[in-house]
Ligand binder design. Structure first.
Ligand code: FAD
Length: 564
């Protein structure tokens, strides 16, 4: 290194011996800078995954500044929130997908349709395997070098090791899953219409079971109910009394991450519609004939015969990530841990976002705890209510994302914990006992780790990371308020999730929404809001037009029940 040039309070441009400019970022990491230097070699970025995280990163990244390569086994992006609609033909599969090659058409980036099978952080390489089924002589594996690796491979469905799930259940993670479900529903109705079936076999065949009362399971049940009652029963009126839909949920309520009013409304609506909701029931096994579950309250075992089961109970890390976590001493964690700047812990130059990663807010939480301790001027272990409030204000100024989290369900819990700590101290004088506060803050820590695995989080993380890369590469200091730690090295604002609200379509042109600021909206007008938000969120004008066309077609002609 021959010289150091200060470009502002927060970053340094460093001229190294080969005359390229680098920007010092974080704890001594160097990123390529100054695209005007003709001798400078571009830094290689490899992006794994073309889902919400990978695509939002790619769309925001200035690809001229880097040598960008994208690896994914599927050469398209899927708008996952509309997958339940694909299962029943409300929208077509190709309307919710956008080819990657269209997205990178005007970008300086290369795409490889392959699966990453190994990450080698020592040699800064990823080993990929071609996924084509074409039968010709070739070596299926190849390696790609990287300077920076962005991991956005998402996650797979979690079966919790339940016997028979992999063999007999459908999952709902990708377009192929949705198409398989659509085909089987129609197959079941045609088969159940054959004349030689006994009434019992017919009833069993028309028994649909959905496992998982989260947003996906609930939305799928609602879509299935609409398909059956709005379209199929008009075409198969003889099957009217044979169809059942059962929704099995292990928790005490369906949609339990939503506001209580929404989950209560959903349960009542399903009851009116005739969808059997079994709450507090854990599935023990699935055989080729029935699904067995146990009621947590009564301990009773129930066997339900089925024609189709859709399993939607959460997510699990992919094998390539589990292997990588072992290499970087993170094997005890559920998902890849990153810091607030999305850097994978114990691994230089690797970033992770979306469902495969979890942001640890430990530093922020420790810092908040320190602020509260500092506020205890007389050092008696107690804060007065006024001191508590003024410290909380300080925390909010320093960490604006706290306020945003507070709108989210998890953070409602945080407020509750802080309230508890206040009361635990001295109820008469509403003083805060710091010991209880420390216990509360450690619970806050684990709550803050639970950023939801949603498209919203993945997309915001992708945009944040790409903007940071663009700034580093252009040699600009980061935009916006900067987070400066006295002893730490982070000069850039950490990732800050902004919760924009969540929807739960409940069938019959009714939806519920939880909007920022604790607003809850339920009804037909919310469904129209859902239509407009999801139309505007499409990744291209092409998919936007296709989705709107499919909705219109469905309104006029109903859903198509042909089996292709
Ligand atoms: P994904 O979008 O899953 O993308 C992962 C990418 O990695 C894919 O392109 C995949 O092909 C690729 N990949 C996989 N393995 C490898 C490998 N070995 N090498 C390279 N690439 C690989 N969220 C919301 O916010 N709102 C909703 O309404 C909503 N509805 C949903 C409905 C359904 C049915 C589902 C399944 C999910 C829904 N979600 C919703 C959640 C949301 O889709 C996920 O949180 C989001 O997709 C996560 O983004 P990601 O980039 O981490 O992963």
């Amino acid at each position: 290194m021959d010289s150091i040039l200060d470009i502002g309070r927060h970053s340094q441009v460093v001229r190294v011996a080969d005359r390229s400019l680098m920007v010092e970022v974080g704890s001594g990491t160097l990123l390529a800078a100054d695209s005007q230097d003709p001798l400078q070699k571009k830094k290689k970025i490899v992006i794994l995954g073309t889902g919400w995280g990978g695509i939002s990163f790619l769309k925001t990244l200035d690809c001229k500044l880097f040598d960008v390569q994208i690896v994914s086994p599927r050469n398209y992006f899927v708008f996952t929130p509309l997958l339940p609609s694909v299962t029943v033909g409300t929208v077509e599969a190709r309307s919710v997908t956008e080819p990657i090659r269209r997205i990178i058409r005007k970008k300086d980036a290369e795409f490889h349709e392959a699966e990453c099978i190994k990450i080698d952080p020592e040699n800064k390489q990823v080993i990929c395997k071609d996924v084509s089924e074409l039968d010709f002589e070739r070596k299926p594996e190849f390696a790609l070098d990287y300077d920076y690796l962005v991991i956005a491979v998402g996650a797979t469905s979690n079966t919790f090791g339940t016997k028979g799930v992999d063999e007999y259940c459908h999952f709902l993670k990708d377009v192929e899953d949705a198409e398989k479900i659509r085909e089987q529903v129609v197959d079941i109705f045609e088969t159940a219409s054959l004349p030689h079936l006994s009434p019992e076999v017919r009833r069993n065949l028309l028994s649909f079971v959905v496992v998982g009362g989260g947003p996906t399971g609930v939305e799928f049940s609602a879509e299935l109910h609409d398909l059956v009652h709005e379209d199929l029963l008009c075409l198969y009126p003889h099957l009217k009394d044979n169809v059942t839909i059962t929704l099995v949920q292990s928790g005490d309520h369906i949609l339990n991450t939503f506001d209580k009013r929404i989950s209560q409304f959903a349960e009542k609506k399903f009851q009116r519609d005739g969808v059997h909701v079994k709450i507090g029931c854990r599935v023990l096994e699935v055989t080729n004939k029935h699904i067995r579950f146990k009621s947590k309250d009564t301990g009773q075992l129930v066997d339900v015969p089925y024609g189709m089961i859709v399993w939607s109970t959460g997510i699990r890390t992919r094998p390539v990530i589990t292997d990588f976590m072992k290499q970087i001493r993170q094997e005890n964690r559920r998902v890849l841990a990153t810091d607030e700047w999305l850097r994978v812990k114990n691994c230089e130059g690797v970033y992770a976002l979306g469902d495969c990663a979890s942001v640890e807010q430990r530093k922020i939480v420790e810092d908040i705890a320190d602020l509260f301790k500092l506020a205890d001027k007389d050092n008696d272990g107690y804060l007065s209510a006024a001191e508590f409030v003024s410290t909380m204000e300080g925390v909010r100024v320093r960490y604006p994302q706290i306020d945003l989290y507070m709108n989210h369900n998890h953070m409602k819990g945080v407020i509750g914990l802080l309230d508890e700590a206040m009361n635990a101290g001295d109820q008469g004088t509403t003083k805060l006992d710091l010991e209880h506060f420390s216990a509360a803050i450690s619970k806050v820590d684990s709550l803050m780790k639970c950023m939801p695995a949603t498209a919203q989080v993945a997309a915001q993380q992708g945009t944040y990371l790409a903007r940071s890369f663009n700034h580093f590469a252009q040699g600009k200091p980061a935009e916006g308020p900067l987070h400066i730690r006295e002893q730490g090295h982070h000069r850039f604002h950490p990732f800050c999730y902004k919760h924009l609200g969540s929807f739960a379509p409940l069938g019959g042109e009714t939806a519920a929404a939880e909007l920022p600021g604790d607003w809850v909206s339920i009804g037909r007008s919310t469904m129209w809001l859902w239509y407009s938000v999801y139309a505007s969120e499409q990744v291209s004008w092409r998919t936007r037009a296709l989705v709107m066309f499919d909705w219109t077609k469905r309104f006029i002609f109903g859903r198509d029940s042909s089996r292709m």
